[in-house]
Design a protein around this ligand. Structure first.
Ligand code: HAM
Length: 419
């Protein structure tokens, strides 16, 4: 026997039990998104590296240390997608999608790759549901996108979720705020971690994201971005909050919520769950009004969010909302060569009429086959041996507790199962 090859750290096999939850969740996501009028979009698994450098930002953690990047053919630098917004906007610009409609509501369910330190809820390959509404700058668009996030959580039965929201204003506001934050922190530089000290120069806003208790304490007294917003930003934020209130959507304004991707402006939000550990963000998003222009398109405002599918599944497990297992309708048990030949056409006939059917292929004893039918949670077992082949009948056994068994003509099988 050869040596075993194990999976790469931080990646997951979705074995059938987990995969079932993924499929259930995915089909729910498609129906929620279509109820809000969003269309599915699929972009490639990898892109030119410069796309992420120019959108997510060269000073972001993602671009700095988390991307899977390689030089293709010794020439072009390519990167496995670490997130979806940049790719969707690239596709939007490249295909001139904005020309056919002034507003485009798009969503994706896709795999993404970040070289992060793996832990509960944090992986190197993970999946997101992402939504991007491209075209409207108005606060009702922000409220709509946030309402999708709420709808998602309520359909999934996630109750321990809190929405944190903030406005980070325009790039001018962020510039002045960064300066003020830096001035506040410089006298305390000796108390900062090495990472935060480096961020003082590269991107002071990122220091607000610290998980170090002493730094969190220090930041409590730091200036807040809301004091740097201009009237337009302030009015926009008030209108977003007002619309959310009219929809009964609860939120907490968190003036220190900055997001780890550079393309955001104005509204930013995250939903965090107490059912998760330190990686508690179920989803995050915000407005990115300059990104389409920065990636070569006509200036077009936009807003979106992405939810981590693995984290949604963890929350669903906690809330006991994971898929209950539904077994097949019929298990076909076969004994003897002639019965084995008869099995496949019967299975086909039942499947053609819409039933789910599992047929024995291991040639085990009828007793073991029935045990398997039971294990799978099958509703019925159809048992065929030589006697049944000769008589053109089958044994139909209900798999309920104390289920009866009767011999019926093969031709009556469908009618009997359909009841
Ligand atoms: P993000 O905050 O980087 O935003 O990721 C969104 C969500 O993806 C997180 O809240 C988390 O649930 C999940 N996630 C991120 N990294 C990991 C990981 N390593 N393992 C497991 N789950 C993870 C974005 O990606 C933006 N593109 C969202 C957006 C869309 N903004 C506007 N439109």
């Amino acid at each position: 026997m050869g040596d075993k090859v194990s999976k790469v750290k931080g990646t997951n096999d979705f074995l059938p039990e987990e995969a079932k939850k993924f499929i259930k969740l995915e089909s729910l996501l498609h129906s929620i998104m279509s109820s809000f009028g969003y269309s599915f979009i699929k972009t490639p698994a990898f892109e030119k590296t410069e796309l992420f450098v120019r959108s997510v930002g060269k000073d972001s953690d993602i671009v700095n240390k988390e991307m899977y990047t390689w030089l293709d053919n010794g020439k072009t630098s390519l990167t496995l997608k670490p997130e979806g917004t940049a790719s969707v906007v690239r596709a939007f610009v490249q295909n001139n999608i904005g020309a056919s409609s002034p507003i485009n509501r798009l969503y994706y369910v896709d795999a993404f790759f970040r070289r992060e330190r793996p832990q509960r809820g944090r992986f190197r390959q993970f999946h997101q549901l992402g939504i991007e509404a491209i075209g409207s700058e108005n606060p009702e668009q922000d409220a709509e996108v946030i309402a999708v996030a709420y709808s998602l959580c309520s359909h999934l039965g996630l109750s321990n979720v809190v929405t944190k929201i903030n406005s980070i204003g325009s790039s001018e506001a962020r510039g002045s705020y960064s300066q003020a934050l830096k001035e506040f922190l410089i006298p305390h530089a000796d108390k900062l971690s090495e990472t935060s000290r480096a961020r003082l120069d590269s991107n002071p806003l990122r220091i607000l994201d610290t998980k170090i208790p002493d730094e969190i304490e220090l930041i409590k007294n730091a200036p807040v971005i809301s004091d740097f917003l201009d009237d337009g930003d302030r009015k926009h934020f008030e209108d977003v909050l007002e619309t959310m209130e009219s929809l009964g959507l609860k939120y907490e304004v968190d003036p220190r919520l900055v997001r780890g991707l550079d393309y955001y402006n104005r509204t930013t939000f995250e939903m965090v769950s107490s059912d998760l550990g330190s990686q508690n963000a179920v989803l995050g998003g915000g407005r990115y009004d300059s990104l389409v222009k920065d990636l070569g398109g006509k200036p077009t405002p936009a807003i979106g969010f992405a939810a981590g599918i693995e984290r949604l599944i963890l929350c669903m497990d906690q809330a006991n909302q994971s898929a209950p297992d539904k077994g097949p309708d019929v298990y076909i048990c076969l004994a003897g060569d002639d019965a084995i030949k008869a099995g496949a056409p019967i299975a086909k006939q039942l499947r053609d009429s819409g039933l789910t059917v599992v047929q024995e292929t291991l040639r085990r004893s009828i007793k073991s086959q029935l045990r398997d039918a039971n294990r799978l949670g099958s509703r019925w077992a159809v048992i065929i041996g030589q006697d049944e082949v000769n008589a053109n009948t089958v044994q139909l056994k209900s798999m309920d507790q104390g289920g009866d068994q009767s011999e019926i003509p093969s031709g009556d099988l469908l009618k009997r199962i359909r009841g």
